[in-house]
Design a binder for this molecule. Sequence first.
Ligand code: FES
Length: 330
Amino acid sequence: MQVLDDALSVQSDPQGLMTLALTITQKYAVARDIYAFELVAAQQKTLPAFTPGAHIRVRTPNGELRKYSLCNSPDDAGRYVITVKRDAHGRGGSVSLVDDTVPGQTLLAQPPDNAFALVEDPRRLIFIAGGIGITPMLSMIRSLGDDSTIPWSLYYLTHDEQGTAYRELLSAPSYAGHVTLHHSGSRHDHFDLWPVLEKPNQGHVYCCGPRKLMVDVRDMSGHWSSSRIHFESFLEGGEKKPDDRPFTVTLSHSGRTLAIPVGQSILEVLRNAGVNVPYSCESGTCGTCRTHLLQGDADHRDMVLMPEEKGDQIMVCVSRAKSDNLVLDW
Ligand code: FES
């Protein structure tokens, strides 16, 4: 992959991580407050390939780094499509991307990565999406094609029709029998996923959406093998809570103690201190940053650990501490 060395990348990316320059060719609404962006290579000859479920991290015009799933088919060489929900109550990145960009503009991004990879299980694929969580499912479904021999089902849960991204596409006759669209609406008409998950280990389950949906799916699928249940979250660094407080971590190998302030994850602090912690999703869903917890009481915020693992393990990308100090096996 060609590393950009133009003024744009140097000025906007002092760490040199944003090695892709992408030009916005099209930007259009796909539902209320939800916009698709079609992106092509601005300077590189080709774009790096990606696999279903992959994401890219994009530098938004206001300087934030945001993770977006690629929604097009991996066979669709030469372009990436991301879909962005303009979240007026978020941290500002999505509003900036939607409000402050026009076609023709260049964005810097990191190459595709995938912490939500599709296992083509011939038994069955079950996709459960809530709201904007549909985005990684789109590239998965597209990669299966119209003549897939693998049975698959999508349960796409949204508040209402107008807020349902790609509603027309997913209502097409070619998806009949595969796709269930459910709008909870103002009546909070809850969709019961238990019949979908009741029989364990029937293929693989992919879930992306609001934390409540993912927690419900995790709780309902406790009788499945954990390797068959996959989650994706865009909340990098984890959920922020009003009562978050600072704490310290002590590294058992060196004896160093590091302060974890509010607003920074343990992983970020460890990385900045030169500790080489493996990581991928940074949202508590992939399991890569699993770390032995030797002492202290963790505030677990991940979707990975089983109840019996929570006493002596921690996902440092999202979890915090209930005690003043945690001792980690680093
Ligand atoms: S990096 Fe994926 S769970 Fe922490």
